[in-house]
Design a protein around this ligand. Structure first.
Ligand code: PMV
Length: 296
């Protein structure tokens, strides 16, 4: 029997996290080399992951809802008749969209099991419904970039537009601080202080609107400058932390053009714009020697 399997990528927000929850734009990119995999085999009915041995994920509220929505969408009562085995290279609670990637990989695998092709729009609708269970009030940027697997200029509730730049052309690093933090907690803290933080949120929006043209220029120095400004604003939003401040400052001391956190913050991953590919290799080495996982 042919193996039925599917996968979904991680993502990184280059500009605009948090502000995107309040209707400002964000720019996000897929990380195609970092993925969650789902493979189907006949056997016990359930969804099992390497990370949580023995636990059937189909009993989790978000995954249960995903199965229900899938059944409803395609009009069947039993979406899963065997085992879905999940393997993921994406660190959890680390700002890289691991939850949306899990949902997307599961749906793609189920669609393949039922000989269906789901469009990115359909996938996105279902994954977003599931994100709402994980995060409460997600902007939708994570699920959208992951389901389309394309760089994106995203505004909540509006038709997103795909960006045609290639991340591979930039000397960009993605590094895991190793600190875990829950998106839902950081997002609700920002909401609790919305009245005082709203000017910062609007300023992030302005910055992201100028970032699209800067990204198109492909100039690492200019992109890096904007990353630094965005990081300053994220610090003002109180979503950075001492370790992220130190790790991004280290990049700048070592000559990087820019560095900022990516995702919800207070831990998770940060991104660094090096001067060129040799400089990127030099910086990667520095962080690896500190025991950090270099994602890109
Ligand atoms: O940390 P992640 O990968 O869940 O990204 C969260 C991005 C936020 O802008 C902070 C929240 C959102 O819903 O867009």
């Amino acid at each position: 029997m042919k193996e039925i399997s599917a996968s979904a990528c991680a993502k990184s927000i280059l500009f605009g996290e948090h502000a995107v929850v309040y209707g400002e734009p964000a720019i996000a990119v897929p990380l195609a080399g970092l993925r969650t995999y789902a493979a189907y085999t006949p056997g016990i009915v359930g969804i099992f992951s390497d990370v949580l041995p023995g636990k059937d994920l189909s009993n989790e509220p978000a995954v249960g809802e995903l199965l229900r929505l899938f059944s409803e969408t395609i009009g069947i009562s039993e979406p899963l008749t065997g085992t879905l085995r999940i393997r993921s290279d994406i660190p959890m609670a680390a700002g890289l969209g691991s939850g949306a990637a899990l949902s997307c990989a599961i749906l793609r695998c189920l669609a393949s099991l039922h000989n269906l092709r789901m469009s990115p729009e359909e996938l996105n609708r279902l994954v977003y419904a599931c994100e709402k269970i994980y995060h409460g009030n997600p902007s939708g940027v994570d699920n959208t970039v992951i389901c389309y697997e394309q760089p994106l200029f995203f505004i909540r509730g509006e038709q997103q537009h795909l960006l045609d730049f290639d991340l591979g052309d930039l000397p960009l690093l993605v590094i895991d601080s190793g600190i875990r933090s829950r998106t839902v907690d950081v997002v609700s803290d920002v909401r609790a202080h919305y009245d005082t933080l709203s000017p910062v949120i609007r300023e992030i929006g302005e910055l992201v609107r100028s970032a699209e043209a800067v990204l198109r220029s492909g100039d690492p120095a200019l992109i890096g400058q904007l990353m630094n400004k965005n990081q300053d604003l994220l610090r003002a939003l109180t979503v950075s932390c001492r370790e992220l401040d130190e790790l991004t400052a280290l990049a700048l001391r070592e000559g990087a053009y820019g560095a900022k956190l990516t995702g919800a913050g207070r831990g998770g991953n940060f991104i660094v714009m090096a001067k060129d590919t040799d400089h990127a290799a030099y910086l990667r080495d520095i962080y690896r020697k500190k025991g950090l996982r270099v994602i890109l």
